[in-house]
Design a protein around this ligand. Structure first.
Ligand code: NZQ
Ligand code: ZN
Length: 388
């Protein structure tokens, strides 16, 4: 473990079939006015909405509803949420839903009492919050983003054609997260597998960097192996508790900063995926799946020892008598086979991308430097074309 680090994750996790029982005790620690944030229809259909309302009422809270948070939440909606929080003198934000609901809550938590434009301050300039923050709690219904135990908040601003993720400091992490794997059973298969790939991609974004011997990479390999195993069960038996609970737990640990400790990180698949999402509003995990293979083939030579290790330690490829390149390519082929077998979208056309959109998507892609290769805009364009 090279370098100096401080690890602090303040989120309390309540996990399991009876996790919601913990909500009452958590609510005792927060103020009287609660902004109840949720998406469109799913929590009403599943009955979770009624359960949460009953718990809030029993706790004596004043409930301010903030409904209709869309997948890939917009900055327009964030401004509405900030006004709701201020106008109602809200004390606490309770986010019930997937990553979009949770990310949106962080944007409201940081934006409600910001004197300047929060988009510019946080999502463009990446500053820390220097004013009142509203505390957040999360009840998770969709698995993938890790937003329940991190500071990430990804917001789309259609005025400037950008989807930007800001990683807030620990003060913006949810105070608590309630995770019952059973709530994820009702996810449509498309959303479920998109979440599975989001998890895999989060792990790979942190695994595909550096060359030293780091415990974080061994943890990443274990998480990937568990994900591959459980995902294959879950696609056949979506109500298999063992598989769905493992996947929910993996998703949280994949992106709560644990496996990034002691490392630089890549995140270029996410940068391209977010740019694709800006112009298509496509499901996040599918945007990642569509560009991944072309990206990994582009960086394979620069990160050859790690791609070889990935093939052997994660996919069980037998290295005997093979070149490093051949082993690495077998590992990528195994990844591709798994992606296809669980039903991911493997090309950008199926997400609505046309060749004419590629210059704008390239322009909206932020280029980061933490991985094995720093891409040029021309290479990004080539990856996007190869992903069509
Ligand atoms: O709106 P409702 O009706 O609730 O429907 C949602 C939504 O349409 C539905 N859903 C959620 N739970 C359900 C359910 N349907 C049936 N049963 C359930 N139990 O699923 C749809 C997608 O939900 P969403 O919250 O958008 O999905 P996800 O959790 O994948 O979040 C995606 C957003 O998170 C960002 C993405 O870019 C995207 O904007 N990310 C956030 C990150 C972070 N905070 O660290 C990192 C990620 O890399 C990612 O970028
Ligand atoms: Zn992601």
């Amino acid at each position: 473990m090279l370098g100096n680090l401080t690890f602090h994750n303040p989120t309390r996790l309540h996990f399991g079939e009876r996790a919601l029982d913990q909500l009452s005790a958590e609510l005792k620690q927060v103020g009287p006015v609660v902004q109840f944030i949720y998406g469109k229809a799913s929590i009403k259909t599943t009955g979770l909405y009624d359960q949460v309302i009953a718990i809030l009422k029993a706790a004596g809270k004043t409930i301010v509803e903030d409904a209709g948070v869309m997948p890939n939440p917009t900055y327009e909606k964030v401004k509405e949420g900030c006004a709701i929080a201020r106008d109602n003198k809200v004390d606490f934000l309770l986010a019930v839903g997937g990553g979009s609901v949770c990310d949106y809550a962080k944007a409201v938590a940081s934006g409600a009492y910001c004197d300047e434009d929060p988009w510019e301050k946080y999502y463009i300039r990446g500053e820390k919050v220097d004013h009142r923050i509203l505390p957040i709690g999360c009840v998770l219904t969709m698995v993938g983003t890790g937003s329940e135990m991190n500071g990430g908040s990804v917001i789309t601003n259609h005025d400037v054609d950008l989807k930007v993720g800001h990683v807030f400091e620990t003060a913006l992490y949810p105070q608590f997260a309630i995770l019952n794997p059973v709530w994820t059973y009702t996810l449509p298969s498309y959303q479920m597998v998109a979440g599975f790939y989001d998890i895999m991609c989060h792990i790979l974004e942190q695994y595909l960097s550096n060359t030293d011997d780091t415990t974080s990479d061994y943890l990443a390999e274990g998480l990937m192996r568990s994900l591959i195993h459980s995902s294959q069960i879950a696609v056949k038996e979506p109500t298999n508790y063992e598989a769905r609970s493992n996947i929910m737990w993996i998703a949280t640990w994949a992106l709560n900063t644990l496996i990034a400790q002691g490392k630089s990180t890549d995140w270029m698949v996410h940068m391209m995926g977010h740019a694709v999402g800006t112009f298509t509003n496509a499901t996040h995990g599918m945007t990642l799946a569509a560009v991944s293979m072309a990206y990994y083939k582009t960086i394979l030579a620069a990160g050859l020892p790690r791609f070889k290790r990935f093939a052997i330690n994660v996919w069980g490829i037998d290295p005997t008598g093979k070149t490093d390149e051949a082993i690495a390519h077998e590992g990528l082929a195994a990844l591709q086979q798994w992606m296809t077998s669980i039903g991911l979208v493997m090309n950008l056309r199926d997400l609505g991308v046309t060749p004419e959109m590629i210059p704008a998507i390239t322009k909206a892609t932020f280029i980061l430097k933490g991985g094995y290769k720093v891409l040029t805009p021309e290479e990004i364009t080539a990856i996007l074309h190869a992903s069509l």
